[in-house]
Design a protein around this ligand. Sequence first.
Ligand SMILES: [Zn+2]
Ligand SMILES: [Zn+2]
Length: 137
Amino acid sequence: MAKKHTGQCACGAITFAFDTDPDFVAVCHCLDCKTASGGEAATFFGVPEADFTLISGQPKAFHYIAQSGKGLDRNFCADCGARVFTSNLESFPGTVFVQLGSLDNRAGIAPKLEMFTKRRLDWAKPLDLPQFTDMPH
Ligand SMILES: [Zn+2]
Ligand SMILES: [Zn+2]
């Protein structure tokens, strides 16, 4: 049966699907998110690894040690360069973090909180959401 949510990279080579309705949806202003996304912040959410299904394509994994000192794999498309999801997170075992922008249907999935707001740039206005200076506990 087709899964509820689907997503892909910018060129469409990588496609994926999952059923879990995103709950932990975060706008993260940390330096890792800035440099990896190329923007001021990244918006992503957690999906159980058991639910997350790669349908096509071969994401390239870049293993990385975050500023927290914990390892993770950033998965991106080697053809179009789009960052798609993050896996093997030492800090969140069993969870894959999906980049909101890679979803086919982004409407209806809104952030629940902002984190690493200590790294937010001055021109970025806080959203009307719970604010966390670092990682929420
Ligand atoms: Zn691609
Ligand atoms: Zn971050």
